[in-house]
Every structure is written in C-alpha cells, then in structure tokens.
Ligand binder design. Structure first.
Ligand SMILES: [Zn+2]
Length: 137
C-alpha cells in the first residue's frame, strides 16, 4: 500500500527587498516608500507585500520630506559625541526611526522636522524657522 502525502511548505515572503532607503526622484533624494494599490497603506522601503492587507499590488513611491518628531533619545557613543535617534511621523501615516540633528534647536515631541541628506546619509532636522513647540497643522 502506497500513501502519498503532499506537504505544503511555507516559504517566507521577501518583505523588504531594498537595503537602501534613499532614492533619486525628480525633486531630489527622497526616502523610498511603497503604497498599497488596494488599501492605500503607505510603508517605508520597497515592499512586495502590503503590511496591512497582504496585497501584492503595491507601487514604489517617494515619501514626504516632512513630518513631526514622535520621540527621541540621545546616545552617548564613545567619548566624542552624541548621536540622536528619533521616531518621525511622516505625513501619510508612516513612522520611521531616523538620525536626528538639532541644528541649534531644542528638540521636543511634536516638533516639525524635515528630511536632510548629507552624502549617502539621511536624517531629520527641525524645519527652518521653527523654534520648537508643537504645531497644530
Ligand atoms: Zn494594503
């Protein structure tokens, strides 16, 4: 007697297939994102699957260059400096971990920040002309 068993092997889906988040767009370097063509969810990075509805109908988009600082921390690294990391909420409901530069401003949650590019590095810094405080827009 022969028994045939068909096993379904699950394979991991490559969710994030880009190692760089900075891309070239007509307006200049921007963070690369993905937008779901089915549910409209925006995500950071190049994705092949929507993290909300699991659709594979997704498109590469450029993410907004401005957002608000959700929270941040200062990392004292070695003896020579401080690295500031923070979560930035971009317009369009995308939150990303990013290097934060103070540019002489006082950081606080809710502060409006914008993308800056320094060579191949990217960061967020307070929007020029903003002296801290929360914005209500
Ligand atoms: Zn979706």
């Amino acid at each position: 007697m022969t028994t045939t068993t068909e096993a379904t092997v699950s394979r991991p889906i490559a969710d994030l297939d880009s190692d760089g988040l900075l891309g070239s767009f007509p307006g200049g370097p921007r963070l690369v994102g993905t937008k779901c063509d089915r549910c409209g969810r925006a995500m950071i990075g190049v994705r092949v699957v929507c993290s909300a509805c699991v659709s594979t109908e997704v498109s590469r988009v450029e993410l907004p260059t401005s957002g608000s600082l959700y929270t941040f921390t200062r990392l004292h690294v070695g003896g020579d400096g401080v690295r500031i990391l923070g979560y930035v909420d971009l317009e369009g409901d995308v939150r990303t971990l990013a290097d934060i530069r103070e540019n002489g401003k006082s950081l606080q949650p809710g502060l409006q920040v914008e993308l800056g590019v320094d060579g191949s590095n990217w960061f967020f810094a307070p929007v020029s002309g903003v002296n801290g405080g929360e914005s209500d827009d």
